[in-house]
Design a protein around this ligand. Structure first.
Ligand SMILES: Nc1ncnc2[nH]cnc12
Ligand SMILES: [Zn+2]
Length: 344
């Protein structure tokens, strides 16, 4: 397995049905499904909103720091098994504080699990506080100010949830404030929303990465800009199939994006809902005939370069990658002719 960084992962989207039921029982929360099978039967999504409705209904089981810690640890354990050596994860505090869960419980539960996984797995990580874009700018700003007053580490801010009708420019002041605080900035754009939203994320929010970005391919000038500036795009193939952003994996534009020189990475988005974790995404792409061995190495390297890990950690990860590639091919830094399947 090649060492890789996962850069687009929503912790709330890692809650497996079994975990939802187990935490519900622990917290005496009643669920509107009689069993796990009934919950799973609702995983046939028609678009982004149909998924968001279910995902954010299920977080009702999360009440205490322990719940947030358990959710985070379960993801990190699974990601480690998938070859993830560095993870930058989204959390949406508004989805929890709006239900009356104290912000400190939420943040400390997650941050505690992240720092523990450095000890247990040698896996580095970073927490990105994401804002629900269908909520007001005032709510996002109040959330940012509140997390800044806590003594809990986070590396940046993000923008997610229902995209269409909520352009990046709505959050200009919030991103400006984050930039002044020295935080990294990312935004979902061009998943369901138009290429204009990607332009806005770049020019108004000054983001360091675009989450998804698929629809950039509709605008040649935008592709040129993204290629010239080597702006990373955190693409999520199985998510795109599940949410009908693409019809099927065989028509996914990942290979075309690589071909055009875009700095793409592969990520799992909401793995408990979309059919799998990072290794499952790669396996599915390989099966669909999308990836050559050289692409796998490129994607792993892109993920490290696009991460917000400090330069020392990046160097370590790049060395790990070079070693893994050399072991595969017998030639350091070269990509061998072996078939792609099973390489990650
Ligand atoms: N794919 C996605 N797009 C927007 N918001 C999200 N929140 C969780 N997953 C998301
Ligand atoms: Zn996402």
């Amino acid at each position: 397995m090649l060492p890789i960084a996962e850069l687009h992962l929503h912790l709330e989207g890692t809650l497996e049905p079994e975990t939802i039921f187990a935490i519900a029982e622990r917290n005496r929360v009643s669920l509107p499904y009689k069993d796990i099978d009934e919950l799973r039967s609702r995983y046939a999504f028609t678009d982004l909103q149909s998924f968001l409705d279910l995902c954010y209904a299920n977080v009702a089981v999360l009440l205490a720091a322990q719940d947030f810690s358990d959710m985070t640890t379960a993801y990190l354990d699974r990601a480690r098994a998938a070859g993830v050596r560095h993870a930058e994860v989204f959390l949406n505090p508004q989805a929890h504080t709006a239900r009356g869960v104290p912000l400190r419980e939420v943040m400390e539960g997650v941050a505690g699990a992240l720092s523990e996984s450095l000890r247990t797995h040698g896996m580095s990580s970073g927490l990105i506080v994401a804002f629900l874009r269908d909520e007001s700018e005032e709510s996002a700003m109040a959330t940012l100010e509140a997390v800044l007053t806590l003594d809990v580490p986070f590396i940046g801010i993000g923008l997610d949830s229902a995209e269409v009708g909520h352009p990046p420019s709505k959050f200009a002041r919030v991103f400006e404030r984050a930039q002044a605080e020295g935080l990294h900035r990312v935004a979902h754009a061009g998943e369901e929303g138009p290429p204009d939203y990607i332009w806005e994320a770049l020019d108004v929010l000054a983001v360091n990465r675009i989450d998804h970005g698929n629809r950039c391919l509709e605008d040649d000038q935008l592709v040129r800009r993204l290629v010239t500036d080597q702006v990373p795009l955190t693409v999520c193939p199985l998510s795109n199939v599940s949410l009908k952003v693409v019809n099927e994996l065989s028509s996914h534009p990942l290979a075309a994006m690589l071909e055009r020189g875009l700095k793409v990475t592969v990520n799992s988005d909401d793995p408990a809902y979309f059919g799998g974790y990072l290794d499952d995404n790669f396996d599915a792409l390989i099966e669909a005939g999308h990836l050559e061995p050289a692409d796998l190495a490129r994607l792993a390297r892109n993920s490290i370069e696009a991460s917000f890990a400090d330069s020392r950690r990046k160097l370590q990860l790049e060395e790990e990658l070079d070693t893994a590639l050399a072991e595969q091919d017998g030639t350091a830094g070269e990509w061998g002719p072996s078939p792609a399947a099973g390489q990650l």
